[in-house]
Design a protein around this ligand. Sequence first.
Ligand SMILES: Cc1cc2nc3c(=O)[nH]c(=O)nc-3n(C[C@H](O)[C@H](O)[C@H](O)COP(=O)(O)O)c2cc1C
Length: 150
Amino acid sequence: MTHIRILVGSVYGGALMTAKAIKQALDTEGYSVSVLENPVLDDITSDAAPLLVCTSTTGQGEVPSNLLPFYIALREQLPQQAGRPFGVIVLGDSSYGDTFCGAGELMEEALHETSARKVGKTLRIDALETLEPENEALPWAREWITAALT
Ligand SMILES: Cc1cc2nc3c(=O)[nH]c(=O)nc-3n(C[C@H](O)[C@H](O)[C@H](O)COP(=O)(O)O)c2cc1C
């Protein structure tokens, strides 16, 4: 059974709800999905299973505080993840201008530095346009996992 870990960053719960909706859908399709609300590096270093970042953006393009310790540890320690598939779903609000969905870019940069392999295009979900992020996230996640495993 393919294990997928979702690294969640969320302030008000939208990204967490999105991650849980993905877990619910993919679990019933035969995957084994873990939603990590307070991830630490040890959560990801035991194997090379696909990683899905599902985070919102806070501050001025920043990573939410529940995901920040993981982000900092990743940048500082750079555990090598050569070829490991990852994808990025990021929630933001385009009224923030230049910092729109900035947390997704930060996570992507950090994972690239570990030599992990980005699969698919980042899904940016704009709170100005979408009230139910899971509606965009679910079809994207299904395509993403198929691509990640090929
Ligand atoms: C204090 C604050 C700062 C924010 N800063 C940004 C930002 O810099 N860029 C962005 O795209 N969205 C920003 N947002 C919008 C959130 O990312 C967006 O509303 C998201 O859907 C919240 O998801 P969550 O419920 O998982 O926290 C900000 C929201 C708040 C309340």
